[in-house]
Design a protein around this ligand. Structure first.
Ligand SMILES: Cc1ncc(COP(=O)(O)O)c(C=O)c1O
Length: 288
C-alpha cells in the first residue's frame, strides 16, 4: 500500500514516525475518515470542514491542511493504490508533531505537525442492513469534548470490544440516563412518530452522515427533533438506526435484551438509507 507521510508518498513498510511524535505519546492528534466511490470523495467538503474545526479546537496549526489540499491528497492516494473503481476509504491523521524532550505542554511554535494518510478498499456492510443489527449499551466514560474527532479512542476501542464479545454490532454510550452516540456512529430513534437524535453538543461527534440524514429527513417532511432520548425511550422506540461513514444507515433491531420494532428493520431507516445511498453515490458526491 502506498501511503502519505509528511509530504511523501511511499510504501507503508517504509513509512516511519518518530517515537517522540505527540500522536504516539499523548494521542495529541485528530483524524478523518472519508468514503470514496468510483474515485469520487463522498461529502468531502463536510469532512474537511470538520477536520479544520478539530484542528482549530485542539490548536494544531491547520494552514497546510485546507479542503483543496486534503482532497488532492486523498485523490492521489486513490490513484496510487488503484482505487478509482468501486468503494474505498481514505484515512487522514494529523498530530502536533514530534519534539524532544517530551513535555505535556505544546512544543515550540514552528514544530511541524505530522500528517499521515492512506486509502484502502472498502466493502459496504449491505448484508447486515437487510436484517438489522443488535447493539449493546455501556456507560459513556469519555472526556467532555467528544465533538472533536481526536485520536484518543481508548474508551471507544474498549467499548467496541464489548460489542464484539457480546456478538453485537456496536456499543452505544449512555450518559446521565440518555443515549449519546455509538463508539463510531450516531444513533437515531423513531419515538412517538418523531425522528430523534442527540443534539450536536460537546457530548457527541457531529457525524457527517447524521447531518446528511437529518437534511434528507427534513426535506422528506418527516418530523425531526434533535433531542436526546432515554434508555427507556430507546427500548420502546418503533425504529432505531446507526449512522456513520462506514455504516451509512444501519437498522438496529435489538438493544441489549430489548427488541426494537418487532425485530425487523423499520420502514424509515430503509427509506432514509436508500435516499442516502442515492445521494452519496450519484450527483451529490461529485465535486469532492
Ligand atoms: C464517535 C463517533 N460518532 C459518530 C461518528 C459518525 O460520523 P460520520 O458520519 O462522520 O462518519 C463517528 C465516525 O467515526 C465517530 O467516531
Amino acid at each position: 500500500m502506498i501511503v502519505h507521510l509528511n509530504g511523501r508518498f511511499l510504501a507503508d513498510r517504509d513509512a516511519s514516525i518518530s517515537p517522540l511524535d505527540r500522536g504516539f505519546l499523548f494521542g495529541d492528534g485528530v483524524y478523518e475518515v472519508v468514503r470514496a466511490f468510483d474515485g469520487t470523495l463522498v461529502e468531502a467538503a463536510r469532512h474537511w470542514t470538520r477536520l479544520a474545526r478539530s484542528l482549530r479546537e485542539v490548536r494544531i496549526p491547520g494552514g497546510a491542511f485546507g479542503a483543496e489540499a486534503m482532497s488532492d491528497l486523498a485523490r492521489w492516494l486513490l490513484e496510487e493504490n488503484g482505487l478509482k473503481r468501486g468503494h474505498a476509504i481514505v484515512y487522514v491523521e494529523i498530530t502536533r508533531g514530534s519534539a524532544s524532550p517530551r513535555t505535556h505542554h505544546f512544543p515550540t511554535a514552528g514544530t511541524a505537525p505530522t500528517i499521515f494518510a492512506y486509502a484502502s478498499p472498502f466493502v459496504p456492510v449491505d448484508g447486515h442492513r437487510i436484517h438489522g443489527v443488535p447493539i449493546i449499551l455501556a456507560p459513556d466514560e469519555r472526556w467532555g469534548r467528544c465533538d472533536i474527532k481526536s485520536v484518543n479512542l481508548l474508551p471507544n476501542a474498549m467499548a467496541k470490544q464489548l460489542a464484539v464479545e457480546a456478538g453485537a454490532w456496536e456499543t452505544v454510550f449512555v450518559r446521565g440516563g440518555r443515549i449519546t452516540e455509538g463508539t463510531s456512529s450516531n444513533l437515531f430513534a423513531v419515538i412517538d412518530g418523531v425522528l430523534r437524535t442527540h443534539p450536536t453538543t460537546h457530548a457527541i461527534l457531529g457525524g457527517v452522515t447524521r447531518d446528511v440524514v437529518l437534511e434528507i429527513a427534513r426535506s422528506s417532511g418527516l418530523t425531526v427533533d434533535e433531542a436526546a432520548f432515554t434508555v427507556a425511550e430507546l427500548e420502546s422506540a418503533d425504529e432505531a438506526y446507526l449512522t456513520s461513514t462506514t455504516n451509512d444507515v444501519m437498522p438496529v433491531v435489538r438493544v441489549d435484551a430489548a427488541t426494537i420494532g418487532g425485530g425487523e428493520p423499520g420502514a424509515m431507516p430503509r427509506r432514509l438509507g436508500e435516499a442516502l445511498r442515492r445521494l452519496l453515490y450519484a450527483g451529490r458526491a461529485a465535486g469532492g
